[in-house]
Design a protein around this ligand. Structure first.
Ligand SMILES: *[C@@H]1O[C@H](CO)[C@@H](O)[C@H](O)[C@H]1NC(C)=O
Ligand SMILES: *[C@@H]1O[C@H](CO)[C@@H](O)[C@H](O)[C@H]1NC(C)=O
Ligand SMILES: *[C@@H]1O[C@H](CO)[C@@H](O)[C@H](O)[C@H]1NC(C)=O
Length: 410
C-alpha cells in the first residue's frame, strides 16, 4: 500500500554559512510503512508471548536502523543497542496489506541467536550488490551505549538474497579494530557484471578509520585520516528540543559512477558539515595505506548550519541524495557540478515524518528508487519515544522526479 505523503509547503529559508540551500517545491516521495513499535513474526503467538514474558523481546527497545531493497522485499536491521531485541536482521514484503507489517527474521530465526559468533550479534547496515549478495555489517557488540559487551568481533556477512543463504562470514581482523571502534556503515563497490573484483568500504565512526575488504582474497586493510574526524561544535546537537552530543566521525559514504576505469568515494564524518572525496583506485591499493595523505580531498564548500549528514547514496544519473539529520530533511546534489551551496537542494523536509532520517539506499531496479529509514534515534537513546505515535518510517523517493527541473538535475 503506497500512502503518498501530503505535499509539504515549506516557506522558510534555511540560512547556512555560505548562503541558502534551495527547497524543492514538489515532493515525489511517500511513506511505505510506519510503526509505533516494531514487532516480529514469531513461529507462533505462544512463543511471542513467552519471549515478552521472559524479556527476550522488549518491544520498546527495538529500533530499525539499516534498510535495503532487493526485488519484492525490503531488508531492515534492528541492532541490539538495548536488551530484548530478539532478531537483528529481518525482511518485509514491498507490498503489504498493512501499513505496519511485522518483521520476519532473515534468513531465519536460527541466525539471530546472540552470544554465538557463528550467527548474528548486532547488525547495523546492509548494502546489496547488483548480483544479489547482501553485505551486512555486524558490530559484534551489545549495548554500545550502556553495559557494553563485545561477545564477537565486528564481522562482514555475505548473504545471497536470491537463495536466502549466508555465503560468507568475514570477521574483521583485530589489528584493524581499535579499542572502542564502532564500525557502523558500509558501501559495496562492484563494477563487473558478475561482481568479481568486489570491494567493501567500511567506516569506523568512533575511531575514525576506513576499512577496506577485498572479496578476491578476503583481505582487509585500514586507512586513518584526519578528514575522518568530527567537528567539536557540530558534535553538539539540539533536535526537537533534545540536546545531545554525538562525536561520530567517518560515517556516510557513497560511490560516484565509474569514469575512465576509476570511481570516486564521497565521504563525511557524521558530526561535520564537510564532504570529502578519494579515488577508489587509491583505497583499493593496500600499499597506499601509509602514503596517501594528500589523496583525501575536501569537496567544495561546507553544507552550512545544521549540515550534519548520516547516510548518502548516488543514483545512476549521478545525483547524490543525503540525510540532513538536524533539519528533518533529504538533500540532493548533482555530482557533475561543483559541491557549492548553490548547487545543493533540499528535496524533502518534514518535522513529523523525517525525524532523524538514518539510513538511505538506492536500489538496483529500473527505474531506481531511494529508500530511507527514519528512526528518532536521539529520542530512542534518551528513552523519550512515545509508543502512541508513529516513530519509525520507511520512506521512498523517486530520484528522477525529485530533482526534475531543479539545480540537482544533471
Ligand atoms: C552456534 O550455533 C550453531 C547453530 O545453532 C551451532 O551449531 C554451534 O555449535 C554454535 N556455536 C557455538 C560456539 O556456540
Ligand atoms: C551545546 O548546545 C547547547 C544547546 O544549544 C548550548 O546551550 C551549549 O552552549 C552548546 N555547547 C557548546 C560548547 O557550544
Ligand atoms: C513543525 O513545523 C510547523 C511549521 O513550521 C510548526 O508549526 C510545528 O510546530 C513544528 N512541529 C514540530 C514538532 O517541530
Amino acid at each position: 500500500m503506497l500512502n503518498i505523503l501530503p505535499t509539504l509547503v515549506v516557506a522558510s529559508i534555511i540560512t547556512t554559512c555560505y548562503g541558502d540551500v534551495q527547497i524543492a517545491s514538489k515532493l515525489p516521495l511517500g511513506t511505505l510503512y510506519r510503526w509505533k513499535q516494531i514487532d516480529f513474526e514469531f513461529p507462533n503467538e505462544n512463543l511471542r508471548q513467552e519471549a515478552i514474558y521472559n524479556r527476550q523481546f522488549i518491544p520498546s527497545n527495538v529500533i530499525p536502523l539499516g534498510i535495503e531493497r532487493w526485488k519484492d522485499r525490503l531488508f531492515i536491521s534492528t541492532p541490539r543497542w538495548k536488551k530484548g531485541v530478539p532478531a537483528t536482521l529481518s525482511t518485509v514484503p514491498i507490498v503489504s496489506s498493512t501499513a505496519s507489517p511485522t518483521l520476519e527474521p532473515y534468513p531465519s530465526w536460527d541466525w539471530q541467536n546472540a552470544d554465538n559468533c557463528t550467527g548474528f550479534t548486532s547488525l547495523f547496515r546492509m548494502n546489496i550488490d547488483h548480483c544479489g549478495v547482501m553485505w551486512a555489517l555486524d558490530s559484534g557488540q551489545l549495548e554500545p551505549f550502556g553495559d557494553t559487551s563485545n561477545p564477537c568481533p565486528p564481522t562482514l556477512f555475505a548473504i545471497n538474497v536470491n537463495t536466502d543463504t549466508v555465503i560468507g562470514r568475514y570477521p574483521i581482523p583485530s589489528e584493524f579494530v581499535l579499542q572502542d571502534s564502532l564500525i557502523t556503515n558500509l558501501v559495496v563497490d562492484s563494477r563487473d557484471v558478475l561482481c568479481r573484483d568486489l570491494h567493501v568500504y567500511m567506516a569506523d565512526a568512533w575511531r575514525f578509520g576506513l576499512i577496506v575488504f577485498r572479496d578476491e582474497d578476503k583481505a582487509f586493510w585500514r586507512f586513518n585520516h584526519y578528514t575522518f574526524y568530527p567537528h567539536p561544535l557540530l558534535s553538539n546537537y539540539t533536535l526537537h528540543g533534545l540536546n545531545f552530543q554525538w562525536t561520530d566521525g567517518l560515517f556516510g559514504m557513497s560511490l560516484g559512477n565509474v569514469h575512465q576505469g576509476d570511481r570516486l568515494l564521497y565521504y563525511h564524518a557524521m558530526s561535520n558539515d564537510l564532504e570529502f572525496v578519494v579515488k577508489t583506485s587509491v583505497i583499493r591499493d593496500p600499499s597506499r595505506v601509509n602514503n596517501a595523505v594528500s589523496e583525501f580531498e575536501l569537496l567544495g564548500q561546507c553544507r552550512g548550519a545544521d549540515g550534519q549528514v548520516s547516510a548518502a547514496a548516488v543514483d545512476r544519473n549521478g545525483v547524490m541524495f543525503f540525510n540532513l539529520v538536524s533539519r528533518d530533511s533529504i538533500g540532493c546534489w548533482d555530482t557533475h557540478k561543483p559541491y557549492l551551496i548553490r548547487n545543493l537542494m533540499i528535496v524533502a523536509q518534514n518535522n513529523r515524518t523525517l525525524v532523524l532520517p538514518n539510513d538511505l539506499r538506492i536500489d538496483h531496479e529500473v527505474p531506481q528508487m531511494v529508500w530511507i529509514i527514519t528512526n528518532k534515534l536521539p529520542m530512542f537513546l534518551a528513552d523519550v519515544i512515545d509508543p502512541n505515535e508513529f516513530n519509525y518510517r520507511v520512506i521512498y523517493l523517486d530520484p528522477v522526479a525529485a530533482v526534475e527541473n531543479s539545480i540537482c538535475q544533471p
